[in-house]
Design a protein around this ligand. Structure first.
Ligand SMILES: C[C@](O)(CO)[C@H](O)COP(=O)(O)OP(=O)(O)OC[C@H]1O[C@@H](n2ccc(N)nc2=O)[C@H](O)[C@@H]1O
Ligand SMILES: Nc1ncnc2c1ncn2[C@@H]1O[C@H](COP(=O)(O)OP(=O)(O)OP(=O)(O)O)[C@@H](O)[C@H]1O
Length: 331
């Protein structure tokens, strides 16, 4: 596990940036007694970010949605990063259903702190897109709350709180590439020196994660075993992105296509546009296409935009791996 900044003086405002993820491999095993599935997954953090700013506020946790997307990092490469044109925040709750709000209540309860905080949330991660946007915000809220309240929570404790909030939340703290097991919360880092370039076809309408898991059980039975992530793990060590393109695998893809048949046309359009490989991201409906390099990603993205594939609301570019949730401003 990586180290996080744990000791900070009291703050008047803190800001955290947190990345989206795609699953380069998503092996889904049998349905467990707790109604989760055992996973063997390779998480990959990519350069679409949400941004959370926390300030002391009235008692409780108040969340305000900012319309604009997260600002790009100061060192952003204009060729392979996105213009900041934002994603729709439709469907993002601002009450206790928001995972960032839940995370702050969980952290405050664990630390025996009375929360009094205002949260500003800028979304750059597509909502209900299979890219763990809500989970990212929960991870960001844990890190930001820890800094604002000067809690110095040990990383193992933050990780446990993260796992309690959702299966994808620990990875959003962690970032990079990691093998995920259990229900996705047990992480082993995978390190390699290669940057990968992605084109993301974002759908106008999201898919429900529980519905996609349930459809997977319906299609193949609830006791099917998880596909093996070894090929993707090996391909990460190969500088040739074609190896990774050929290894991409998602056991939830058939169910996402069953619930949203037009995703087959999106995947086909990516291939036609010259992508090395394509996959449904997590539970979908975002489709992720691997490019050879940054310029290739630009060409694929332009061609996909020109193709105006039905159901696709935006075509974005990202690279990975990138670091997990990080403090960017501390006043
Ligand atoms: C599809 C993925 O994004 C792949 O990384 C994740 O498995 C989903 O993670 P998440 O959104 O954090 O999901 P959670 O909030 O933990 O669970 C939401 C629902 O997804 C299903 N779920 C989730 C994770 C898992 N290992 N098995 C499951 O069956 C369950 O129906 C669960 O009730
Ligand atoms: N902070 C948040 N941002 C976005 N959605 C949120 C948030 N908190 C709660 N939600 C709810 O969660 C639902 C799923 O949103 P999210 O963007 O996390 O999906 P996802 O990326 O498909 O998740 P995952 O990939 O982890 O399965 C939304 O439709 C919304 O109702």
């Amino acid at each position: 596990m990586e180290e996080y900044p744990l000791t900070v003086p009291s703050r008047s405002a803190v800001r955290v940036r947190v990345p989206a993820k795609i699953n380069l491999h998503l092996g889904v095993g049998p349905l467990r007694d707790d109604k989760f599935h055992d996973l063997a997954t390779v998480f990959h953090a990519v350069s679409l970010h949400d941004e959370l700013t926390l300030e002391p506020g009235p008692p409780g946790v108040r969340l305000i949605l900012d319309a604009a997307a997260a600002e790009p990092p100061a060192d952003r490469n204009p060729v392979d990063d996105n213009p900041v044109d934002g994603v729709s925040t439709d469907g993002v709750p601002t009450d206790e259903r928001n995972l960032a709000v839940r995370a702050l209540h969980a952290l405050a309860a664990a630390a025996k702190v009375e929360p009094a905080v205002t949260v500003r949330l800028r979304k750059g991660i597509p909502v209900a897109g299979g890219m763990a946007g809500g989970s990212a915000d929960a991870a960001a809220a844990l890190l930001a709350g820890d800094a604002l309240w000067n809690l110095a929570t040990p990383i193992e404790r933050l990780h446990a709180l993260a796992a309690g909030l959702g299966s994808d939340v620990p990875f959003a703290l962690h970032g990079g590439d990691a093998l995920g097991t259990g229900r996705g919360e047990r992480l082993a880092p995978l390190s390699h020196p290669y940057r990968r370039h992605w084109v993301l076809a974002v759908a106008g309408e999201g898919l429900s994660t529980p519905a996609v898991y349930a459809e997977t059980d319906r299609l193949r039975g609830a006791d099917a075993s998880a596909s093996d992530p070894t090929a993707v793990v090996k391909a990460l060590d190969d500088p040739d992105p074609t190896a990774l393109a050929e290894a991409l695998c998602n056991d939830l893809q058939a169910a996402a296509l069953s619930l949203r048949p037009e995703l087959a046309d999106v995947l086909a359009a990516g291939r036609t546009a010259g992508a090395l490989g394509g996959i449904v991201s997590g539970s979908g409906p975002t489709c992720a296409f691997l490019a050879a390099d940054a310029a290739h990603a630009e060409r694929i993205a332009q061609q996909l935009r020109n193709a105006a594939v039905p159901g696709v609301s935006a075509v974005l570019i990202a690279h990975g791996p990138v670091e997990g949730a990080r403090l960017t401003v501390e006043d």
